[in-house]
Write a protein that binds this ligand. Structure first.
Ligand SMILES: [Zn+2]
Ligand SMILES: [Zn+2]
Length: 245
């Protein structure tokens, strides 16, 4: 107790987001930063496609209904990718703020416990080698390993990204199909019959996760859940573009 008080006095555990406040000694956020984040409340109903809050009468949100392809059992997301949530994720993605994995992992684990998911493995969506090399770390990998640590589940880097899947802007439909994102499983044996949580940093259209799930399915796992740090609210223009393919 006295140690806590002393630590607080000298600010030994600053909040990893604002650098001030009291990060509570576990790498978590100060109450002010926590309150400012657009966290998707763990107890509210969620869209099983993306983990966001449903915005219509259906169980799925409108973006998921329109975009189709959600080949997983359930989805969860920690926060909305807007305002302070976008600022948090941009900093985490920059490659120079690994300390943000801890609060993000903590919040995600709290959510997963609430949802009652059972899982044997946590698997991050891989980055391409070049991007990985340019940044200091793969944020999804760091996030996934924190979630694994919080839930006491092993985290395995089981996927590899195959060539292709670059920027789609300006491509024809045929070119896009050819340029599709593809993944492969490194060691199928560890996935057979297992329940998996697949982790990505940001959920935008869900196409990256869908491609990763396609590869995982070949290894015959039992359940696949997807988890993201933040979900981008889909704009109407993007939805229209997706429907056109
Ligand atoms: Zn703070
Ligand atoms: Zn959704």
């Amino acid at each position: 107790m006295w140690f806590r008080a002393l630590a607080r006095y000298f600010n030994l555990f600053p909040c990893p987001l604002c650098g001030e406040g009291d990060g509570d000694g576990a790498g978590l956020l100060c109450p002010e930063c926590l309150a400012a984040l657009p966290i998707v409340p763990p107890e509210s109903p969620h869209c099983p496609g993306c983990g966001g809050v449903p915005d219509g009468v259906l169980a799925m949100c409108r973006a998921c209904v329109r975009c189709g392809e959600r080949p997983w059992q359930d989805a969860a997301t920690v926060m909305e990718y807007s305002g302070e949530g976008a600022r948090f994720m941009k900093r985490f993605k920059s490659g120079y703020a690994p300390e943000l994995a801890r609060p993000l992992g903590y919040l995600a684990a709290r959510k997963i416990r609430k949802l009652g998911w059972h899982a044997d493995l946590v698997i991050p969506v891989p980055l391409r080698f070049f991007r990985r090399w340019r940044r200091q770390y793969n944020q999804s990998e760091l996030f996934a390993s924190r979630v694994g640590a919080e839930l006491d589940i092993p985290c395995r880097d089981a996927l590899v990204k195959l060539p292709g899947g670059g920027k789609q802007a300006g491509m024809t439909r045929a070119q896009r199909l050819k340029n599709r994102l593809r993944f492969a499983v490194k060691d199928p044996e560890i996935l057979r019959g297992r329940d998996i949580i697949l982790v990505d940093d940001i959920f935008t259209t869900g196409s990256t996760l869908a491609a990763a799930v396609k590869a995982l399915r070949k290894a015959d796992p039992r359940m696949i859940y997807v988890l993201s740090g933040a979900r981008t609210p889909l704009r109407r223009t993007l939805i229209r573009r997706l429907r056109r393919g």
